[in-house]
Write a protein that binds this ligand. Structure first.
Ligand SMILES: C[S@@+](CC[C@H](N)C(=O)[O-])C[C@H]1O[C@@H](n2cnc3c(N)ncnc32)[C@H](O)[C@@H]1O
Length: 404
């Protein structure tokens, strides 16, 4: 699928090539590279993300359309430094002004591995001093949180983030262009227990083989993330425009001095024009918890896809047979706590029964943390993705457990 939402010629000759890096959760790199290819951007898969070089407009496009990336960084500088004197000399040469607006301040995230300069606090302090001096402002530090896992508060996201990585004495300095992490589409204010990140829900859908012309059911839908992300895909709603008016959420790069609002508006306008009026097939969710279903409806309303999904309160045992075949895509509970195992075995076995008795032709994609629970469903399954969900290693498997 190539997105007919932009004119690649509009990107040519706007400025010199810059290097970008789309940060991903582990295991999602290939999916992000495929999403970039759909935007005519040739990315290089690296550990933890995908890099590419191009004009600034490619970063606007990627920010608007990527469903599975966590944030997009812009490479600012790369150099070798084995002493603080060397580091300070390099820092004095960096022009920070293209990445910092007039308000909001600056914050830093520093990691160092296998390097002579290993003390992250001391490195952070040098950056804070140099940037603060160059820009005439106070620069805060943030105690070593990882940029791909951190979900900062709205107030923190106001400040421009610079990500600094030392590895084998090489220092890579990047500016965050996203602000709030990209999984924050803006629609999910109501959460049920153990909600799935929007980026992971989109990743499961994209990796599964489901296409929007096929019905989708999540019978353990919690706050509805999988059907809602399915609706966004089916209607070609860019994730940052997941709201009833399709106004995009804000990004850090909009505060940069060279931000080009008319170019941004053109890309947003083209994306808005490509949105479909409705989803071609049913997108269903159910859960036994009435509170979760209420949250799911609220999220669907805020995402502007209320008319495309249907949620109801219903236990797994009450799912009915359907004449049309489709996809059951879900993340069943993993049961990290002791004592939950027996209930979970029963739940996974009921899922297996459901496939054999009522959804025999259906395909499935499940997010699973535990092979022995998966065996209760039946199989065979093929693994299509390995990643982490809320710090737990998980895999995504696909199969047709009801077929004989
Ligand atoms: C891991 S959560 C799903 C989270 C969801 N993907 C989200 O984004 O919010 C699992 C869900 O399964 C539901 N559940 C557990 N046992 C169930 C059963 N027997 N029938 C229906 N729902 C059940 C729970 O209420 C919970 O909402």
């Amino acid at each position: 699928m190539t997105l007919a939402t932009h004119d690649p010629r509009a990107l040519e000759g706007r400025d010199t090539a810059t290097t970008f890096f789309a940060v991903t959760a582990p295991g999602l790199e290939e999916l992000v590279a495929a999403e970039l290819r759909d935007l005519d951007i040739a990315g290089v898969v690296e550990r933890g993300g995908v890099s590419w070089s191009g004009p600034l407009g490619t970063m606007y496009l990627a920010s608007l359309h990527l469903r599975t990336a966590s944030r997009i960084l812009v490479r600012v500088s790369e150099f070798k430094a084995r002493s603080f004197i060397e580091l300070e000399r390099h820092l004095r040469r960096i022009d920070w002004t293209p990445f910092v607006g007039s308000s909001g301040g600056v914050r830093l995230r520093v990691t160092s591995r296998k390097s002579r300069l290993y003390h992250q606090g001391a490195i952070e302090e040098r950056f804070a001093r140099e940037i603060g001096g160059a820009l005439g402002m106070e620069v805060g530090t943030s105690g070593g949180r990882r940029d791909d896992e951190d979900d900062s508060s709205d107030a923190e996201n106001e400040a421009q983030l610079f990500v600094v990585r030392f590895h084998r004495d090489r220092c890579l300095v990047s500016a965050d262009s996203s602000g709030a992490l990209l999984h924050r589409r803006g629609y999910r204010r109501a959460v049920a227990r153990a909600p799935l990140r929007e980026t992971l829900a989109a990743a499961v859908l994209l990796a599964s083989g489901w296409t929007p012309d096929q019905p989708l059911l999540d019978p353990l839908c919690g706050s509805g993330t999988i059907p809602i992300e399915g609706a966004l895909l089916a209607r070609r709603i860019p994730p940052p425009m997941a709201n009833p008016t399709h106004a995009p959420r804000g990004f850090a790069f909009q505060h940069w001095p060279d931000f080009d609002p008319s170019f941004w508006d053109r890309i947003v306008g083209a994306a808005r024009a490509a949105i479909r009026h409705d989803a071609p097939a049913a997108l269903l969710g159910s859960d036994r918890d009435a509170g979760a279903i209420e949250a799911a409806w609220g999220n669907a309303r805020r995402a502007g896809v209320e008319a495309d999904v249907h949620f109801d309160t219903r236990p797994l045992s009450a799912i009915e047979a359907t004449p049309t075949k489709g996809w059951l895509i879900s993340n069943p509970p993993y049961g990290v706590r002791v004592g939950e195992r027996r209930d979970l075995r029963n739940l996974y076995a009921s899922l297996g029964n459901l496939f054999r008795s009522r959804l025999s032709d259906w395909n499935t994609a499940l997010i699973a943390a535990d092979d022995s629970l998966l065996r209760e469903v039946g199989g065979p399954f093929a693994e299509v993705l390995r990643t982490r969900n809320g710090g737990i290693p998980v895999k995504v498997v696909v199969g047709r457990p009801g077929s004989r």
